[in-house]
Ligand binder design. Structure first.
Ligand SMILES: *[C@@H]1O[C@H](CO)[C@@H](O)[C@H](O)[C@H]1NC(C)=O
Ligand SMILES: *[C@@H]1O[C@H](CO)[C@@H](O)[C@H](O)[C@H]1NC(C)=O
Length: 144
């Protein structure tokens, strides 16, 4: 019984590693974003063999304001919590992503400084039965 449980667990873990996750292309790590400009969060879904079995569910996007000396949070501000529906876009040059969704927000920041963005991705991977998975991505950038 215990063996079965741990076996099932390792299958879930293996699947989650194999299942192509999303990538946050914008803002890029270390980017300097002007305080007054809109914040665009570009979330790319990697095309992969497994992606055809991946059912998109939702994303939550939030941020925490950090101290210059590195500490972030503790309280995160939620910017978006809803469906994730990436679509195909024609890239204008080769290193641009093609399968993504942009989320654009009016600047939520009141002062320059380091910010940590968190994108939480909820999705299902299933062959015969759906396996709900969640992953979290973090990007550190600066408001200038
Ligand atoms: C921010 O986005 C809004 C709505 O899309 C647009 O009207 C506005 O010009 C943008 N502001 C900046 C500074 O880009
Ligand atoms: C999505 O956002 C990225 C980064 O800001 C930008 O390069 C791209 O043109 C945007 N795509 C669309 C369709 O607006």
């Amino acid at each position: 019984m215990h063996l079965l449980k741990s076996l099932a667990m390792s299958v879930v873990l293996a699947t989650s590693t194999l299942a192509q996750s999303i990538v946050v292309d914008a803002p890029s790590a270390g980017a300097n974003i002007p305080l007054a400009s809109n914040l665009t969060v570009q979330t790319e879904r990697h095309n992969s063999l497994s992606s055809s079995k991946e059912l998109e569910v939702s994303v939550a996007i939030g941020y925490t304001v950090c101290d210059v000396d590195g500490g972030c949070g503790p309280s995160a501000q939620l910017l978006y919590n809803g469906p994730y529906t990436p679509t195909l876009h024609m890239p204008t040059h080769p290193d641009q992503p093609s399968f993504y969704q942009n989320f654009t927000f009016p600047s939520p920041f009141s002062a320059p400084g380091p910010v940590q963005l968190t994108v939480v991705h909820f999705f299902d991977v299933g062959a015969s039965e759906d396996i709900p998975l969640v992953e979290a991505l973090r990007v550190d950038f600066n408001i200038v």
